[in-house]
Design a protein around this ligand. Structure first.
Ligand code: FMN
Length: 518
């Protein structure tokens, strides 16, 4: 954003008298019964007894619309109301209103942990915007529960702030942009074209609701040093938004997208798929159960193995691994009488909502019985669908994937077979809001462990990978990355003779040592 200096006319600057108004979140219901009130809100319900009729009356007025905070100072009833609001700060919305230009900013509490926003007197102290704060437009939709301002302004949020602040005027957003560099409120106000008094009030609101940091150590002791240094911006945001408690967005299995069809349980043919596919051998139950080590031996013997035998893994071994770890055991048909119902998927590994959104693609560099190339695992038919290469770009994309996997192992493993795990996100986000991506990553974890255990039981060399290239995978696998893309990578190879077949015959731990240390 470019900020240009827009000095106010002296008359406008003098007249500006920004006021702090208070109201309740829009979704707070106040039911009065004599001297008592019942407050119903997103975090529960409380009854307050013996409040007194004048205070009940003022509380109802506050729920009906903004009241000047200054009018709440003075008499006994006002003091009672303020004390009540102090007990429920997470229900109280603050608005900065300029009688000349209209509302400047609204701070809506979004978490039960929100306390009454302080109004630190920053004076001439320089402050800077928290590196976790961001501005965005809320999508159109029903009420935001707070100021009813969805689609009418730009909102500022931060995983560290228990408030959402709507900036109603472009100058307020310019003020925030000016504070991406350490500045005093007066300097930022001058840059944004706001009266100095509005700048001071806005800086105090932003500082008091958790969006500002002191520009230098010890510079503004009333502000929390709110920068957890080990967190990346997106990680802290993802963490705070994919669990309840630090936001007020509707979250969980809320079926927000019933207006669009649920993506099918089983994916259709992918792009560039060639011919009828390769039907994989189905393992024999008696043979597998007769040769399998015991669960405890497998769990205790599981290791990430990054060296391979000379002879590569075979097609039969890959087929058994995929069948035992990742096939579709069953499609459980939806109940047509329920709009929330969808075809569920039963696999050897668990998944929230039995959504079965994960797919597996194989990039085969060396496998006995399977030509080099890219294949999609059709988990219901237990079949490999080869992807046809149209030209050098397709083969280059395949090499790019293998190189990324080699790099992920610190350039130690020349992959035999790379499994790329993709997610068909819509299967989850049709049902789950806020938590869909977190869920898919959890599913990747359970799939990894299942692959690790089956590969260990089979005497193969497994290694999960923690990084992958979304665009390279989209190129190599022919995917539109926003609807299906890579979320995990896993290497499989033949296990070298040294150390193979020697699963542990006892537990290994540090329990005694730790107990001796107290
Ligand atoms: C989610 C996940 C990501 C991993 N990422 C990598 C990786 O990128 N490169 C690698 O060489 N190993 C990777 N590993 C393997 C770990 O390094 C390994 O599990 C860890 O060192 C413990 O060793 P162990 O598996 O032999 O018990 C990953 C494992 C998991 C579960």
């Amino acid at each position: 954003m470019t900020i240009t200096e827009q000095p106010l006319t002296p008359a406008a600057a003098e007249l500006s008298q920004v006021r702090r108004m208070l109201t309740l979140r829009q979704d707070v219901k106040v039911a009065a019964e004599g001297d008592d009130v019942e407050l119903t809100h997103p975090w529960g319900r409380q009854r307050v007894h013996a409040l007194g009729a004048p205070t009940v009356h003022r509380l109802l007025a506050l729920g009906a619309g903004p009241v000047d905070a200054e009018a709440l100072a003075g008499d006994r009833e006002a003091a009672r109301l303020l004390s009540l609001l102090g007990r429920f700060p997470y229900l109280v919305t603050s608005i900065l209103d300029d009688p000349l230009t209209g509302p400047l900013a609204t701070a809506v509490p979004i978490a039960r942990s929100a306390s009454t926003p302080g109004a630190p007197d920053l004076g001439g102290t320089a402050v800077v915007l928290s590196r976790f704060a961001y501005l965005r437009r809320l999508p159109d939709g029903p009420s935001d529960g707070g100021g009813g301002t969805i689609g009418q302004g730009c909102v500022m949020e931060s995983p560290l702030a228990p408030y959402r602040v709507t900036l109603h005027q472009p100058a307020a957003a310019a003020f925030v942009a000016a504070l991406t560099t350490p500045r005093t409120a007066a300097e930022a106000a001058a840059l944004a074209g706001l009266p100095e008094q509005s700048g001071a009030a806005l800086a105090a609101l932003l500082a008091g609701t958790g969006f500002m940091e002191p520009a230098a150590v010890g510079a503004a002791p009333e502000l929390p040093a709110a920068d957890p240094p080990l967190w990346d911006f997106h990680d802290l945001l993802f963490h705070s938004r994919s669990r309840a408690g630090r936001h007020d967005y509707t979250s969980g299995g809320v079926f927000a997208h019933q207006d669009v069809p649920h993506p099918p349980a089983l994916p259709g043919a992918g792009s560039n798929e060639d011919g009828p596919g390769i039907d994989l051998p189905v393992p024999d139950w008696d043979e597998v159960t007769a040769r399998d080590p015991r669960l405890t031996e497998v769990l205790e013997g599981r290791r990430s193995i990054r060296t391979y035998a000379e002879t590569p893994v075979t097609l039969e071994q890959l087929a058994e691994l995929l069948y035992r770890a990742a096939r579709v055991r069953q499609v459980i048909p939806r109940d047509p009488s329920s709009p929330n119902s969808y075809d569920a998927i039963d696999r050897p590994y668990p998944a929230g909502g039995a959504t079965g959104e994960l797919e597996i693609y194989l990039s085969v560099a060396a496998c006995e019985g399977l030509p080099t190339g890219v294949y999609r695992y059709d988990a219901a038919a237990h079949r490999l669908q080869p992807r046809r290469w149209h030209g050098p770009a397709d083969e280059a994309a395949f090499r790019e994937l293998l190189t990324a996997a080699w790099r992920a192992t610190n350039c130690t493993v020349d992959p035999q077979v790379l499994l790329t795990v993709t997610s068909r996100f819509g299967r989850l986000s049709w049902k789950y809001s806020q938590i869909a991506y977190a869920l898919t990553l959890k599913h990747v974890g359970v799939l990894y462990q299942t692959l690790y255990l089956v590969a260990t039981a089979m005497g193969l060399a497994p290694c999960g990978l923690g990084s992958g290239d979304t665009d390279a995978a989209a190129r190599a696998l022919g995917l539109d990355w926003t609807s299906e893309s890579s979320v995990g990578e896993f290497l499989i190879g033949s296990r070298p003779a040294s150390g193979s077949g020697s699963l542990p015959q006892g537990f290994c731990d540090i329990v005694d040592t730790m107990r001796e240390q107290g």
